[in-house]
Design a protein around this ligand. Structure first.
Ligand code: FAD
Length: 392
């Protein structure tokens, strides 16, 4: 690998956040030398990013499918939301990787190095030394998006959203409604926590079917596979299908610790808490951070960490997560109440961080007061204990 001695900006990890920042710097025609180091030597279609959208955005042209209807169901009932203002959009990761890497290739001062695993960083007062196997580079600023950036182990989180899924091609005779997403279907709880089924009908016969679990500790891949088989059997019955690809992940919901920014190192992406704690959605939040970060760098400033949510949203997310973690068997009821009480657009606005006061009030009125007041009390007590610990 041919490298200079010094770069202006080095990005560790060329996944969603790393590529987002490199793309913005490439598009901004940065007068900065930027190097991205990515462990993978090639990109695959490894995930599907979905989000609620209400108008044009930087990735509108890459969206492969949009839906206006999304459904919820538990053992007792099912209901549908039909968005007026919002649609639910899906973007294949391979289209995103290709789009970003093409823009980066066209930018003379932004370089993406694949197959380049970063082994460590040594921060000095003037720069950071980034080291890999047989290569090193000094940088004025480092942005670390590696999932292991904090400790090399899984960080602590209130809950983990874990999922395992398959993209399948059904027999034509078994085709499904292509116009409605099963956002949270078959919601229930078992000994392992709260679980549900998520189905994206990419066409009448092509589906992404994912089994999803919220649990205090990540469960084994074998156990998730067993959940998936059970969900597939229940959802598809005896319909025949062929598996096209698999997708899996574990998203922290409510990170308890995040790496702290220093003068020369910024942490970004999922590891830095870019994912919304109560939902696990992170794609659009990461894009907003990348835009703000590139703007700061292009103006000669320091790269910022992901922005914090406003206090009311942080408090709501923390209370909600705590209530679900404390009583997972009640989670199906909480989600069904929210789905019943909120309009489709209010729900989508909440999920995408655009909630309004009437929407927040409706959400609060949907939930049973006693468990949520208890959860709020426990949150306040934890905050007081924390601030006592910090003072003493
Ligand atoms: C399967 C899956 C599906 C998701 N779906 C959605 C969704 O539908 N909607 C949504 O909003 N959010 C979703 N998320 C949450 C979030 O948007 C993604 O996790 C997003 O990819 C996080 O971006 P990131 O850059 O932090 O991490 P990643 O995209 O995982 O990127 C980290 C990169 O660092 C690289 N790396 C790791 N170690 C090293 C090293 N030592 N040296 C160099 N490179 C290294 C990795 O190879 C990887 O490319 C999903 C997450 C997962 C896991």
């Amino acid at each position: 690998m041919q490298l200079p001695d010094m770069a202006d900006v080095v990005i560790l990890g060329g996944g969603c956040a790393g590529l987002a920042l490199a793309r913005c710097l490439a598009e901004g025609n940065a007068a900065l030398d930027v190097h991205v180091f990515e462990a993978r030597d090639h990109y695959e279609d490894d995930r599907t990013w979905c989000f609620f959208e209400d108008g044009e955005h930087a990735f509108s042209a890459l969206v492969s499918k949009r839906w206006r209807t999304w459904r919820f169901s538990d053992a007792g009932c099912s209901l549908s939301h039909h968005g007026q203002r919002f649609t639910y959009a899906c973007l294949r990761s391979i289209d995103y990787y290709r789009h970003c890497t093409a823009l980066i290739e066209a930018a003379p001062r932004v370089h993406l190095h694949g197959g380049a695993k970063v082994l460590g960083c040594i921060e000095g007062s003037e720069d950071v030394l980034v080291q890999g196997e047989g290569w090193q580079l000094r940088a004025r600023y480092v942005i670390d998006t590696r999932p292991s950036a904090l400790t090399g182990r899984l960080p602590e989180s209130v809950l983990w959203q874990q999922f395992r899924g398959v993209e399948i091609e059904l027999d034509a005779s078994a085709g499904r409604d292509p116009d409605a997403v099963e956002l949270m279907a078959r919601m229930r709880a078992d000994a392992g926590g709260f679980r549900f089924l998520y189905v994206l009908p990419l066409s009448r016969t092509r589906l992404l079917v994912e089994t999803t679990r919220f649990a205090a500790q990540p469960v084994s891949p074998g156990s998730l596979q067993a959940d998936l088989k059970e969900d597939l059997d229940a959802y598809l019955g005896s319909s025949r299908f062929e598996v096209v690809r698999t997708e899996q992940g574990a998203i922290p919901m409510g990170l308890r610790t995040k790496p702290s920014q220093t003068a020369r190192m910024t942490y970004a992406g999922q590891v830095a808490g870019a994912v919304r704690p109560s939902t696990g959605y992170g794609f659009r939040r990461i894009q907003s951070w990348a835009h703000a970060c590139a703007t700061a760098l292009l103006e000669g400033g320091m790269p910022p960490a992901p922005a914090q949510d406003p206090l009311h949203r942080r408090a709501m997310d923390a209370i909600f997560l705590e209530a679900v973690a404390n009583a997972p068997h009640r989670a199906p009821n909480y989600f069904m109440r929210i789905a019943k009480q909120l309009t489709a657009d209010q729900f989508a606005a909440f999920m995408s961080g655009q909630e309004t006061l009437p929407g927040v009030l409706r959400l609060i009125s949907a939930l049973p007061p006693v468990p949520f007041l208890r959860s709020a009390g426990r949150q306040c007590a934890a905050q007081l204990r924390f601030s006592d610990g910090v003072r003493s």
